[in-house]
Design a protein around this ligand. Structure first.
Ligand code: NAP
Length: 247
């Protein structure tokens, strides 16, 4: 893509210090945005921000699960970079376990980070976006939120919750010029999927029509499209980017 369609805009990418979020942050930076990289570890968020293409990016330490931290971080971001045009809710964790053994903390931590975290940041940016009558919000859910997955009741529930959040935000904010969509990635090579055994990867490949695991860049390009002007008539959609796993 030769154009810089997000030139001059400010974008927040939660979980932008590693993996898919980092790839999305770079794609938005290449599109001309100034990116606020958010992660619990402020040093790695700042380091990732410093390596992005172009100028004016910054890292912020914030646990998205904590509404007070999110509100304070948004204020810092707007003070440092300006009004926010794009929010990508990408931060997420897994705490896999079979149902019988799943601890309360394992369920609660995953829902707090993956679902409540996205709610916290979305609520925080809503007032400004509504006032400016423009904005794009993108949630990173998962194919597992559409299909369910044995051993991931907590994670799948949090990701299915994001589907409902996405559609509700889309309906509530459409009349104010704010769009909200989601990407449901399949299996993408990152720290999160590094833990899979060879046998698990083999099993997965059997279920992927395109026959390969996905790369971060294959999510990032779609994210750039969905938050940009090329997607100005798309809202409330959940787009699977998964090599054909779920159709
Ligand atoms: P990852 O490599 O483990 O990176 C996770 C990122 O989120 C890190 O930057 C991490 O930074 C941040 N983070 C985690 N919890 C946070 C919190 N409470 N507050 C703020 N930041 C937090 O993960 P990934 O594989 O790139 O996944 C990114 C997203 O895509 C997740 O939502 C994941 O569920 C989703 N996804 C991934 C795949 C896949 O195959 N990889 C498939 C489907 C969906 P800190 O540790 O510094 O906080």
């Amino acid at each position: 893509m030769g154009t810089r369609e997000l030139e001059g805009s400010v974008a927040i990418v939660t979980g932008g210090s590693r993996g898919i979020g980092r790839g999305i942050a770079e794609a938005l930076a290449q599109a001309g945005a100034r990116v606020a990289v958010v992660g619990r570890n402020g040093d790695s968020a700042s380091a990732a921000a410093a390596e992005l293409t172009g100028e004016g990016h910054a890292g912020f330490a914030c646990d998205v699960a904590d509404p007070a931290q999110v509100n304070a971080t948004l204020a810092s971001i707007e003070e440092a970079l300006g009004p926010v045009a794009v929010l990508v809710n990408n931060a997420g964790i897994t705490r896999d376990n079979i149902l019988m053994r799943m601890k309360d903390e394992e369920f609660d931590e995953v829902v707090a980070a993956n679902l409540k975290g996205a709610f916290n940041f979305t609520r925080a940016v809503t007032r400004g976006m509504m006032k400016r009558r423009s904005g794009a919000i993108l949630n990173i859910t998962s194919v597992v939120g559409l299909t369910g997955n044995a051993g991931q009741a907590n994670y799948a529930a949090s990701k299915a919750g994001l589907v409902g959040l996405t559609k509700s935000v889309a309906k509530e904010l459409a009349s104010r010029g704010v769009r909200c969509n989601a990407i449901a990635p399949g299996f993408i090579r990152t720290d999160m999927t590094d833990e899979l055994t060879e046998a698990q990867v083999e099993g997965l490949l059997q279920q992927i029509p395109l026959g390969i695991l996905g790369e971060v860049e294959q999510i990032a390009g779609v994210a750039r499209f969905l938050v940009g002007p090329g997607a100005s008539y798309i809202t409330g959609q959940i787009l699977a980017v998964d090599g054909g796993m779920v159709m």
